[in-house]
Design a binder for this molecule. Structure first.
Ligand SMILES: C[S@@+](CC[C@H](N)C(=O)[O-])C[C@H]1O[C@@H](n2cnc3c(N)ncnc32)[C@H](O)[C@@H]1O
Length: 247
C-alpha cells in the first residue's frame, strides 16, 4: 500500500544547511505538522499511537546544539522532531542508521533512547558511516551526550554491517549516498542485507524520498510493493522527504 502525507507548505519550508539550529517557524506550527504526519502513520498501521514527550525532544535538541560539531545538515527541525517522535513511540531495542555523516541524523533517531531526551531503555543504537574521519567525528559528538555506549558510531560499509548484524532490527534509518551513479540507490542494497531480520511491525525510514526520488526509483518500488511491506508512506514535510515503510 503506497501512501502519501504532504504538508501544504512543504515546498516553501527551507533550511540553510549551514545553520542547523535555526528556528524556521513557530513551535506550534512545527508540532502541528509533525502531529499530522504521525497521524498519517498511525492510520496506515505504522505506529500504535502518536504521543511523545515534547520536553524531552527539546532537551535532546538543546544537547545537540551545545555539544555537536555539525559542518552542515539537511535534517530540518521538522524532520528532527519527526524522527525523534517515531523512535520515542516505537522504542526499538535495536536501531541502525546507515550513512550518518557527523551524527546529526543518527542522534535525531537515537536521542529517544540515550542522553537527555531518553524516554526508554534501548539495547543497541548504531550509526554506520563509511568514511573513517566522519565516523570518528560522529562518535565524538555522540559520546558527549551518551556516556553509556548504548548509542555508538562505527566506521563501516552499512551493507556489510547490516548483513553481519545477528539481531532483529526495530528501525532501520537510511541516509547513505553511495559512490558514482548509484548514489542513494545503495539504500536497496542495505535494506536487502537486513530485510530478513526485520520483524513484522518494524520500520524502515529512508531520507530524501523527494529530492533523490530518481535515484531511489528501484528502492521505492521495492518498499511500495505489498509483497515486501504492509504499507509505505511518503512523508513530505520538507524538500527532502522521508519514506516510512512498515513490515
Ligand atoms: C549525505 S550524508 C547524510 C547527511 C544527512 N542527510 C544530514 O543531513 O546530516 C551521507 C553519508 O553516507 C555515507 N555513506 C555513503 N555510502 C555509505 C555506505 N555504504 N555505508 C555507510 N555510509 C555510507 C557518506 O560518507 C556520507 O557521510
Amino acid at each position: 500500500m503506497a501512501l502519501e502525507f504532504r504538508a501544504p507548505d512543504w515546498n516553501t519550508y527551507h533550511m540553510d544547511y549551514g545553520k542547523p539550529h535555526r528556528q524556521l517557524e513557530p513551535p506550534e506550527k512545527e508540532i502541528a505538522v509533525v502531529d499530522a504526519a504521525l497521524n498519517a502513520l498511525r492510520e496506515a498501521g505504522a505506529l500504535p499511537q502518536t504521543s511523545y514527550d515534547h520536553a524531552k525532544l527539546l532537551a535532546m535538541r538543546a544537547a545537540v546544539q551545545e555539544h555537536f560539531e555539525i559542518p552542515w545538515t539537511a535534517i530540518t527541525p521538522r524532520m528532527q522532531r519527526f524522527l525523534y517522535a517515531v523512535n520515542a513511540i516505537k522504542q526499538p531495542a535495536v536501531m541502525v542508521a546507515a550513512g550518518c555523516f557527523c551524527g546529526n541524523t543518527f542522534i535525531s533517531n537515537a536521542g529517544a533512547g540515550v542522553g537527555p531526551g531518553a524516554c526508554y531503555t534501548a539495547r543497541q543504537l548504531v550509526g554506520v558511516e563509511i568514511k573513517p574521519e566522519e565516523a570518528a567525528r560522529a562518535e565524538r559528538n555522540v559520546r558527549r551526550i551518551d556516556p553509556t555506549g548504548v548509542a555508538r558510531v562505527v566506521a563501516d560499509d552499512a551493507v556489510h554491517f547490516v548483513a553481519e548484524l545477528r539481531e532483529p532490527i526495530g528501525i532501520l534509518y537510511l541516509d547513505a549516498d553511495g559512490t558514482g551513479k548509484r548514489g542513494k540507490g545503495v539504500y536497496l542494497d542495505i535494506l536487502q542485507a537486513g530485510y530478513k531480520r526485520m520483524p513484522k511491525g518494524s520500520l524502515v525510514l529512508a531520507h530524501n524520498s523527494v529530492n533523490s526520488a530518481a535515484q531511489l526509483k528501484e528502492y521505492l518500488s521495492f518498499v511500495r510493493d505489498p509483497v515486501q511491506f504492509h504499507a509505505s508512506i511518503n512523508v513530505i514535510m520538507d524538500g527532502e522527504g522521508l519514506e516510512v515503510s512498515v513490515r
